[in-house]
Design a protein around this ligand. Structure first.
Ligand code: C2O
Ligand code: CU
Length: 700
């Protein structure tokens, strides 16, 4: 619905520009009519074009009203405050001044319609009150189109004023020229229009000047968008969310890395002690066979796609040694969803330097949560994950893990670069996998979607099932779901599914192909089951049983942040494209949320754009409080990667209990790569690491 309104608004605005441009152009050329007949013909055309403009304008008003009532002020404020008022003025002026004069032209009587205009007719046709309003529609529509492509929400008045100022300059030049001409028509009894050649020359000059301005602005914007060779993660402007703290403290932290400040390097896991489990992951390039059969270059951990599954028990001390054999861009290990101490978080440029070929790095942490997680490189992650640097990570609950589930397995979905969609092991996973399962076996499937920009669909056919956990957190009192429930696991989210194996087969359909998936049966054979005809999509906000929590919607929050996700057509690091902004900005200009340890933090996330964004906060789990104004009514829903669709609004909360500098970014990694990324920073904490070409650190 929102995406539709959003698209229609673009259409209405473009049409308004086109019709306004044509009407204004015709109005300016009325005096060049060689006869009364031609003059009247042009006037009629102006009437038609103006009516079309009014229709498009009415469309824009209707859309703004719909967006306002259905989605609220945050979604409509730029339209209502910035786009519509200038347009309204131009349209009204056309109705009040332009149209009556057009009517007068149409009423002009001349003996012979083919005779050239006389002085009175010239005066009427060159009347500035007729021409200016129509021309103004063009300019105000262009400004509206600009605000559409480069929105400034929450409204930044200074930026908005700059655009409106440019609009004013263009209109002033136009008014000046029209007035000049009408003056000379009035002064000279025998005024005759310029010759054709001169007019064309003037027109060309005008277009050239316009182009010069556009190209100049283009080049300027492109240059200022270039990222510096080196910069700190903490470049963004501090947002204290209404809590205490001073911009000064932030400034201090950034510029001096001051003595009193704590470096992220010190926020490690236990440095002493014999680990309960050791893993070694070696990053290396490898040719693998893709699902289409051809060999493609992949980047692997231990030569495998996905990397080895890391299993551990809650409470264990884990030590992972990362070695980089030959991945030139460098690698790291980020434990997605595991809230480890900051120094173990594996973000190049924030918590460590990228591990370059020939180097190694050791991570040590205690596995404190239980559940389903995954790991991936957080150096050049958009490329690294697509090339294969990821794997599953499972923390078992020692009380029940080994005994409770007869079958406990992860299902990772991924799309390898130049290969396509796959699940399970090896990039060329087959269409259908068979699993032998005896009736009565408790089964736990851990669904992990590691893909970019895909909500991967899973349908469980042949048995009632439960969603036991989301993003590594157990749900309270999950209830049975029937086979026509489809799970859509967001990019980088996880759902744990449980069921008891019945006498008859169970089919887990994965993705869009009805035959693709895993078939559980007594003999380990058979054909995939048919999918149900009607499907309902699983909604975590109403599933399971409520539970009393330490905080909720009516808590008193120490910090309240507003995160507005949006589209923007502009430059990032010198290249132009459709970009995705946070509060109207791209990294490193995105805000940095500042908190103190112990703060209770609420964030309202709003997606005004036309595509979805799975927002991932490192180091913390967010309790989802409400979705589109409705409070979550089922089990507590803790998330680390929250799918925020176009037009959606979420309120989430977390306790600031894990000091550090934490990334908060869209996990469509291609979005993060072009600036949809920001940070949560604890006051008094600094990082000695830098980003940029000089340091080799490129987290996204
Ligand atoms: Cu899965 Cu910032 O990462
Ligand atoms: Cu995104």
């Amino acid at each position: 619905m929102y995406a539709l309104l959003y698209g229609l608004d673009a259409l209405a605005t473009v049409l308004l520009v086109v019709f306004g441009w044509m009407a204004g152009g015709k109005a300016g050329r009325l005096v060049y009519s060689s006869s009364y007949k031609k003059l009247k013909h042009k006037s009629r055309t102006i009437m038609v074009l103006f009516s079309l403009s009014v229709l498009a304008f009415a469309g824009k008003i209707f859309i703004a009203q719909q967006i306002y009532t259905k989605f609220g002020w945050l979604f409509s404020q730029d339209r209502i405050l910035l786009q519509l008022p200038p347009l309204l003025m131009a349209v009204l002026a056309s109705v009040v001044y332009g149209i009556p004069r057009i009517v007068r032209i149409l009423r002009l009587s001349a003996e012979n319609q083919d005779t050239p205009l006389d002085a009175a007719a010239y005066r009427l046709a060159g009347d500035s009150s007729l021409i200016i309003p129509f021309k103004a529609i063009k300019y105000t529509a262009l400004a509206s189109l600009f605000f559409y492509f480069v929105p400034v929400v929450p409204i930044r008045w200074l930026d908005a004023a700059a655009v409106l100022l440019v609009l004013l300059v263009f209109i002033t030049i136009m008014v000046y020229r029209v007035l000049n001409r009408s003056k000379s028509i009035h002064q000279h009894e025998n005024w005759v229009p310029l010759g054709r050649k001169l007019r064309v020359a003037k027109g060309v000059a005008e277009i050239l000047i316009m182009m010069l301005i556009v190209v100049g602005g283009w080049m300027y914007e492109r240059n200022v968008s270039r990222l510096p060779e080196t910069m700190s993660m903490m470049t963004g402007s501090a947002d204290f969310g209404g809590g205490s703290g001073s911009a000064n403290a932030h400034q201090h932290a950034v510029t001096t890395g001051g003595k009193a400040d704590v470096s992220v390097e010190t926020l490690t896991g236990p440095e002493e002690g014999e680990p309960d489990r050791r893993f070694t992951l070696t990053a290396e390039k490898k040719l693998v066979r893709s699902s289409s059969g051809k060999m493609v270059e992949a980047w692997t951990y231990n030569g495998q796609i996905p990397g080895p599954e890391l299993r551990m028990r809650q409470g264990e001390l884990i030590e992972v040694t990362l070695i980089n054999n030959n991945v030139d861009v460098g690698v790291t290990l980020h434990w997605h969803g595991l809230d480890v101490p900051n120094a173990e978080d594996g973000v190049a440029g924030a918590t460590q330097n990228a591990v370059m070929p020939g180097q190694m790095h050791t991570y040590r942490f205690i596995a404190e949560q239980t559940g389903t997680f995954w790991y991936h490189s957080h150096q050049d992650s958009a490329e690294a994950v697509k090339k294969g640097l990821f794997g599953a990570l499972v923390v078992e609950d020692p009380a029940d893990a080994a005994t409770k589930y007869g079958i406990d397995r992860t299902i990772l979905t991924y799309s390898l670069k130049n290969s396509g969609f796959s699940f399970g092991e090896g990039a060329d996973a087959k269409l259908l996998e068979h699993v032998q399962a005896d009736p009565g076996t408790p089964v736990r499937l851990r669904l992990i979607n590691t893909e970019n920009w895909v909500q991967r669909a899973f349908t469980v056919v042949g048995v009632p099932f439960q969603v036991a956990a989301i993003d590594g957190t157990e749900l309270n009192g999950p209830t049975d779901l029937s086979s026509n429930t489809r799970l859509e696991v967001t990019t980088c989210g996880r759902y744990d599914v449980t069921f008891v194996m019945p006498e008859t087969p169970v089919f887990i359909n994965i993705g869009d192909d009805a035959k693709k998936g895993i078939l559980f049966s007594q003999k380990g054979n058979g054909e995939p089951l048919d999918l149900p005809e009607s499907i309902t999509i699983f909604d975590p906000s109403v599933y399971g049983t409520p539970e009393v929590l330490p905080f909720g919607l009516d808590s008193r929050f120490d910090r309240e942040f507003l995160m507005v996700l949006d589209n923007q057509f502009s430059f990032y690091n010198g290249s132009f494209g459709a970009l995705y902004t946070i509060n109207g900005k791209l990294f490193p200009n995105t805000p940095m949320y500042m908190v103190k340890q112990g703060d209770l933090v609420k964030t309202t996330i709003v997606n005004r754009g036309m595509v979805e964004h799975p927002m991932h906060l490192h180091g913390h789990h967010m309790l989802v409080l409400s979705r589109n104004g409705k409070s979550v009514s089922g089990s507590p829903w803790w998330s680390d990667t929250l799918y925020v669709g176009p037009g959606e609004r979420y309120e989430v909360a977390f306790l600031a209990d894990n000091p550090g500098i934490w990334m908060d970014h869209c996990h469509n990694l291609d979005h993060a790569k072009v600036g949809m990324s920001m940070h949560l920073a604890y006051e008094g904490i600094t990082t000695p690491f830098a980003l940029g070409t000089e340091s080799h650190n490129h987290p996204e």
